[in-house]
Design a protein around this ligand. Structure first.
Ligand code: FAD
Length: 385
């Protein structure tokens, strides 16, 4: 594509703004438009569950601004796309033409409320975080449904504010991703921090209208002032209906972030990397992945080679006052090698070796530059042919 042709990015957040910045950095001088659905414009989501829930001052340090990029920002959600006519229509009736389109509409929180059941709380946007923070101010108890990264971060924020909190899930906290050993250590630490865990034998449902509790399959009902659903995310693809671009997992992309439709690329939480016969379809709704794919999509739009692989496997989280940095393939299976420190002391460097010579590295409560973790995760010897 020549530098003067028009690029439209739909989704004004991490993947979209990264793509916009890289398009300009790579020499795109043509029209650049970005369509966003949130009046706040672009902002960073990881601090929502870590800082914003605890401190209103954090609201002002989230910016991912488009300043100086010479991009037109339209703040009205895209409602339809016509990939043959190469145009996207927004809720306020604008039709925006493009030569190349980057889909970066991310994901929304998965909700569990029954149709018509009011008052379900989730955490995906700045507005969600502000509402949750306000509700935390006078909550005497809380339930978090879901013991993944987000659920444990929300529970940690409740505990840090002195709110007794119960986390409910069918699996132990973080077990699906970090395996049994780390999960057990984190669950014990969380209990000391004021986070109680209840393991459900099956699907839990929200009770009350407005929501005020959770019913477990064994008939137990838990109630609290605050009930927060942290049950994963759903790719935002409704506006792509009829284009053939999206399915249940989101928008399928290849290693160049190209979709199945010519001229359309995609990046970030809205995507999944299509399987290639040896590997299955893979979703990776994490920060570093959205950045990597934003860059790759920008290069591909301009017909340039990809700057690297289309996925990045660095992730971090904060649970019960502890920071975990993880580089490498997940989920973690089997026993770890302790390279430094000890998990029981709350500071350790752990590795899990894989058959291809790479490792997954976890810095558990230990300050380590991400570069050092990446070096440790890299293949120790070339993979077998
Ligand atoms: C509370 C929270 C904490 C997190 N913490 C971590 C963490 O510690 N570490 C980590 O690696 N990752 C974390 N993540 C994940 C990380 O924030 C995401 O991977 C990242 O935001 C993905 O960026 P994105 O641009 O692909 O999608 P999103 O950030 O979801 O942005 C998509 C944007 O598109 C907009 N949009 C949707 N539909 C339309 C439409 N039809 N028209 C126009 N715009 C539309 C949305 O409003 C949104 O602004 C966290 C996420 C959340 C919610």
């Amino acid at each position: 594509m020549t530098a003067r042709r028009s690029v439209l990015i739909v989704g004004e957040s991490l993947a979209g703004t990264t793509a916009a910045r890289h398009l300009r950095a790579l020499g795109h001088t043509g029209p650049l438009t970005i369509i966003g659905a949130e009046e706040h414009g672009a902002y960073s989501r990881p601090p929502l569950s870590k800082a914003v829930l605890k401190d209103p001052a954090a609201d002002h340090n989230l910016g991912l601004a488009l300043d100086g990029l010479d991009a037109e920002a339209i703040r009205s959600p895209a409602v339809t796309a016509d990939t043959r006519g190469r145009t996207v229509t927004t809720a306020d009736g604008r039709q925006v033409d493009y030569d190349a389109l980057i889909v970066a509409t991310g994901a929304d929180a998965r909700r569990l409320a029954a149709p018509g059941q009011r008052g379900e709380l989730v955490l995906r946007t700045l507005d969600d975080a502000r509402l949750l923070r306000a509700r935390m101010a006078d909550a005497g108890s809380a339930i978090v449904l879901g013991a993944g990264f987000l659920g444990m971060e929300v529970a940690s924020a409740c505990a840090a504010r002195g709110i007794p909190v119960t986390v409910v899930d069918t699996d132990q906290p973080l077990e699906r991703i970090l395996g049994g050993h780390l999960s057990a250590v984190i669950t014990a630490r969380a209990a000391e921090y004021g986070i109680r865990f209840v393991q459900a034998t099956g699907f839990a449902t929200l009770t009350g209208d407005p929501v005020r509790g959770v019913a477990l399959p064994d008939g137990t009902e838990l109630t609290a002032d605050l009930v927060v659903t942290c049950a994963g995310e759903v790719p935002c693809v409704d506006w792509l209906a009829g284009t053939g671009l999206a399915d249940r997992l989101g928008v399928g992309i290849d290693h160049a972030c190209a979709t199945s439709v010519p001229g359309v690329f995609a990046a970030g939480d809205v995507t999944y990397l299509r399987g290639d016969g040896t590997l299955p379809d893979r979703r990776a709704p994490f920060w570093s992945n959205a950045v990597t794919q934003g860059r790759t999509a920008a290069a591909s739009v301009l017909g340039l080679p990809s700057p690297g692989p289309p996925t990045d496997d660095y992730f971090w989280t904060e649970v019960a006052g502890l920071t975990l940095k993880i580089v490498g393939r997940l989920p973690l299976l089997g026993a770890a090698t302790t390279v430094q420190g000890s998990v029981t002391d709350g500071r350790a460097l752990l590795t899990w070796g894989h058959a291809d010579g790479t490792s997954t590295v976890v810095a558990y409560g230990l300050r380590k530059p991400v570069g050092a973790l990446r070096a440790l995760a890299a293949p120790s010897s070339p993979p077998a042919p």
